[in-house]
Design a protein around this ligand. Structure first.
Ligand SMILES: [Zn+2]
Length: 240
């Protein structure tokens, strides 16, 4: 005796809405009994058809339109990852869904056959925006990296002659992390905040003799506030 229940239509009492059925006999075409009216019938496993969905993929600062073939009953949600074929450039890109258009509104998730357009961004190649604080000024550089490249606070990155250390990461959901060693994939990163190595050395230098005299670095706390355990330890030592 099988006690499994499946939800399906009953030709006898409920042709439109799904109602619970008990499985009498399993197999490729199970024999099922409607719990509502007791009718016994054969269960036909529904064949999913596939639908072609328009998907607009943004890569860096340009976007391109593609077709994505999905099972019609597949639920698509924001942040879902798909592989999109790019016939023009003969490549397949991983993309991350950023917005779903269903009917005339934007939704967080929808069934594939109810989706009008998907908006996504390419994750294969992503631009990591990196802010580098050197001295009193902050530069931003764009670093092109694979979407799966992981960055974490405390990591040292070099680019040409530049060497800088990650102090904070802004994630695409708006969250910031300053947790040292927490790896974040580039495709989820909005911006990486770093200090140039010269600046770190400068922050960690021995304390100047006359701090009271009001050197500019003590006037703006938000600029000079050291981040990370290393600098805090040193600061404590400086006070001793
Ligand atoms: Zn029934």
């Amino acid at each position: 005796m099988v006690h499994e229940i499946i939800q399906t239509h009953c030709a006898q009492c409920s042709p439109d809405e799904m109602v619970p059925h008990t499985i009498l006999k399993e197999g490729t075409e199970p024999l099922i009994k409607c719990k509502q009216c007791g009718a016994i019938h054969q269960y036909r496993i529904p064949k999913t058809k596939s639908v072609d969905i328009r998907i607009v993929v943004s890569t860096g600062d340009h976007s391109s339109t593609h077709r994505l073939s999905l099972d019609s009953d597949k639920i698509v949600s924001i942040d879902d990852e798909f592989m999109v074929e790019d016939e023009l450039h003969d490549q397949a890109n991983f993309v991350l869904v950023t917005s779903i258009e269903s009917g005339d509104k934007r939704v967080d998730s929808a069934k594939a056959d109810e989706i009008l357009t998907l908006w996504a961004r390419s994750t294969d190649k992503v631009i990591a925006k990196i802010s580098i604080t050197r001295g009193w000024q902050t530069d931003t550089i764009d670093l092109q990296v694979p979407g799966d490249r992981e960055f974490s606070v405390g990591e040292t990155i070099s680019r040409g002659p530049d060497v800088f250390r990650i102090k904070k990461i802004k994630i695409r959901n708006g969250r910031f992390t300053e947790n040292e060693g927490e790896p974040i994939k580039a495709k989820y990163i909005k911006r990486i905040f770093t200090d140039s190595v010269e600046r770190i050395e400068w922050l960690n230098r021995p304390a100047p003799k006359k701090t009271k005299k009001g050197s500019p670095m003590y006037t703006n706390k938000s600029i000079i506030k050291p981040r990370g355990s290393n600098t805090w330890t040193l600061k404590t030592k400086e006070r001793d």
